[in-house]
Design a protein around this ligand. Structure first.
Ligand SMILES: [Zn+2]
Length: 486
């Protein structure tokens, strides 16, 4: 059989791997949006648009590790381009992927308008691009911009399976989804393939979570496989905060909203990160008698995904299950307001008491959080707390790297008086130690090949060296389009 790396190859986004068996059966593992600049360079080199360098109608099955858009975001394009098979994922991944794909379709409408408005000079017409995008080239090929109708067609193809249940997908192939923490429903996938009487196993890591993450199960051990694909997002880094999420957050809130009458703005992804924050806050208020500072959860997508978490309590960790058994809710406390519309969102600026605002996007690149941050940057009693990764070029990245003022127009500059802080206890990705543990479930003698994917190239090289020192000498860092006979 042949494995080809059509995404997340020496870069973080765009996960997509094609497995072609000798009997002709073709399986695509993940089909994510590629947000890296390499895509544009590749298009320039190839001279044409290359979203799928294979024929989508010839794929027999898609396996989806989890709902994040860099793993699922191109599924509607795959369907649009002729894919007619099933998309297999876990029961919680399906509703979260559905929400995220619909959110993307909504953003695509804005992106289409951006494209239409592109030639208009910013002097004559107010630019619609977000703070992050203003100096960046447009990252999407127009053909990538699907709409809700394509998401509807995609949604019809989802078929769900439970965790740890071996599922026969063809005469010669069994699939098992193994919990990996990271996000509700997220899985590693193990394929057992019988080729001409020889059994071969391949493990796809998806994204690897971390232990003791709020709400989520710890990543589970993957059984021994012949070939392993391992994500490498944190292949060269260790998380620095050693305290538990509840302690880390309590400390920041005390500093920013109790010891001073301030407001704390937490940019957070709507799916996953926001639920972790709300649950930790709920614990602080409900079980630890923390002063009831007002909390605004300001993201419609967050509210919808919170409902998915509430429907899937049985898939959460024991702590969350116990909390639910005692309190009959996970994300609802007296001083919490779910903000509905934009008018309510803007009105938070007039709230005079200390408060906590959780809003997306996590990197401050679009979304309602932008106006919360902008209206508070010059406020010395405000704090912006970054709780996740902020890519270069985003406002989150610039704030973290000591930006002194923000230019909002030709003659208006906002001085940054707010305090800028960050913590990594809410990062959903395992760090170097977690990734090492994941690999070390496999014996270096038995593992035929270890492929590093889903990471910056330098991080992967460093991770490779680290693994070499532990006896794993069969490591590959595939480039886009590299194929291997397994
Ligand atoms: Zn992910």
């Amino acid at each position: 059989m042949k494995l080809t790396f059509w995404g997340a190859a020496r870069q973080v986004t765009g996960s997509m791997y094609l497995l072609e068996l000798e009997d002709g059966f073709k399986i695509l593992i993940d089909c994510g949006t590629d947000l890296d600049q390499q895509k544009m360079e590749r298009e320039k080199t190839l001279g044409h648009y290359s979203l799928f360098p294979f024929e989508p109608s010839e794929i027999n099955l898609v396996l989806l590790t989890h709902a994040h858009i860099d793993h699922s975001g191109n599924l509607p394009n795959l369907v649009k381009d002729g894919y007619e098979g099933q998309i297999l994922c876990t029961t919680a991944t399906m509703p979260l992927a559905d929400l995220l794909l619909r959110d993307s379709a909504m953003l695509n409408v804005k992106r289409m308008k951006e494209l239409q408005n592109a030639p208009v000079s910013s002097k004559s017409k107010k630019s619609r691009r977000s703070v992050k995008d203003k100096k960046k080239p447009f990252r999407f090929n127009p053909q990538e911009l699907y709409l809700e109708a394509q998401v509807d067609e995609t949604a019809e193809r989802f078929v769900t399976v439970g965790f740890n249940q071996k599922f026969k997908v063809s005469k010669n192939v069994n699939v098992t989804f193994i919990p990996t923490g990271h996000l509700l429903g997220a899985a590693n996938i193990v394929l057992e393939i019988d080729e001409n009487g020889t059994k071969k196993t391949i493990g796809f890591s998806g994204d690897i979570g971390r232990r003791n993450y709020p709400l989520l199960l710890d990543p589970q051990r993957m059984p021994p496989v012949d070939y392993l694909l391992c994500e490498s997002t944190y292949g060269s880094r260790r998380h620095t905060n050693k305290e538990a999420p509840v302690e880390a957050l309590e400390k920041v809130i005390r500093q920013t909203c109790v010891d001073q009458p301030g407001r704390l703005i937490i940019p957070a992804f709507s799916v996953g990160r926001t639920q972790a924050l709300l649950f930790v806050l709920n614990k602080l208020y409900t079980t630890q008698g923390f002063p009831p500072i007002k909390v605004f959860s300001d993201s419609p997508l967050a509210l919808r995904s919170t409902k998915v978490y509430e429907k899937n309590v049985h898939l959460l960790n024991d702590e969350a299950k116990d909390f639910y058994a005692k309190n009959e809710e996970l994300f609802d406390f007296e001083n919490l307001t779910y903000v509905q519309d934009m008018k309510q969102s803007k009105a938070i600026a007039n709230y005079g008491e200390p408060c906590i605002i959780i809003s997306s996007s996590g990197m401050i690149s679009g979304g309602r959080v932008e106006h919360h941050v902008m209206t508070n940057l010059a406020n010395p009693l405000a704090t912006v707390l970054l709780v996740g990764f902020a890519a270069e070029g985003t406002l989150g990245y610039k704030l973290l790297h000591g930006m002194k003022s923000l230019s909002v127009s030709k003659d208006k500059e906002i001085p940054i008086m707010a305090s800028i802080q960050s913590i990594d206890v809410f990062s959903g990705h395992g760090d170097l130690d977690d990734l090492t543990e994941f690999v070390e479930y496999q014996s270096p003698e038995k593992l035929k090949k270890l492929f590093l994917v889903h990471g910056e190239y330098e991080s992967m090289q460093s991770f490779e060296q680290h693994l070499n020192q532990r006896g794993y000498n069969n490591v590959e860092i595939p480039k886009w389009g590299d194929e291997f006979d397994l």
